[in-house]
Design a protein around this ligand. Structure first.
Ligand code: URA
Ligand code: URA
Length: 243
């Protein structure tokens, strides 16, 4: 005997369901509160938390709010956001069927790049959002989001065009819509990225247009590993789009 007490159920006694380990989006927002964790709080108009379906199968992650987002408190509502909305519609979805968030929740002055201390304070809230929503696919928009999430310094031009595994979720880096506004010819590549995973859905058993199955009260992490396409195993870094 290891000296471990053994428990037996009395007749009629039922085991309590496992406690939920992930937070709801509301709980994460409450935890964020009137955030003063980094210097960006002093200049923001609004915290830009995230928007969309709490059980979305597809999640888009951008860099940080811009001017329009700061004013409205909603991610991707400016010019780049309108292009993102058109990209979402082009794959047969509406904005309210996906979830959209950023690495940073507050606008950096003059849209400068996020700084390491800001990311360090803020990204945990994004990770909680990812855990809560449990998307099947994460699309990282642009260099900053892709490199930050993957802890990589590989240029976006080399990150995109490949799928990889982000903590058990299929991860697709692609160009940022702001970049597409400046370089319309790059829409071709983003369209390739979107088409590639859309075309893959059937063979991977992913149908993002149907509601996510009821996951019950206990959202165990990474239960959607089955959605990895054949040929891409957990922990494996990349699979070329289209192959
Ligand atoms: N660019 C981003 O990265 N995020 C937004 O919300 C808006 C513009
Ligand atoms: N540079 C970026 O920062 N993002 C892109 O999407 C493309 C180039």
């Amino acid at each position: 005997s290891l000296g471990v007490p053994r428990f037996t159920l009395r007749p009629g006694q039922q085991l309590q369901p496992l406690r939920r380990t992930t937070l709801s989006l509301e709980e994460i927002r409450t935890d964020l509160g009137d955030c003063q964790r980094c210097k960006l709080c002093s200049q923001r108009t609004n915290i830009v938390f995230g928007v969309g379906a709490a059980d979305a199968d597809l999640m888009f992650v951008g860099e940080a709010p811009g001017r329009d987002e700061d004013l409205q408190g909603i991610p991707f509502v400016g010019k780049a956001g309108q292009l993102l909305t058109r990209i979402i519609q082009a794959i047969g979805l509406q904005r309210d069927q996906v979830y959209i968030a950023n690495i940073l929740k507050c606008r950096p002055p003059r849209n400068r790049d996020p700084e390491p201390d800001e990311v360090e304070q803020c990204e945990k809230f994004l990770f909680s959002q990812i855990e809560s929503v449990q998307p099947k696919i994460i699309v990282a928009l642009g260099r900053y989001a892709a490199q930050t999430l993957l802890r990589s310094s590989t240029p976006i031009s080399r990150l995109r065009g490949k799928f990889c595994d982000f903590r058990g979720t299929l991860f697709i880096p692609t160009f940022h819509p702001s970049y597409l506004l400046r370089n319309p010819s790059a829409k071709r590549e983003v369209w390739q990225d979107m088409k590639a995973f859309e075309a893959g859905f059937a063979s991977w058993g992913v149908d993002i247009t149907s509601p996510a199955p009821d996951r019950g009260g206990c959202r165990g992490s990474h239960s959607w590993q089955v959605f990895f396409p054949p040929g891409l195993r957990q922990g494996e870094r990349t699979l070329l789009v289209g192959s």
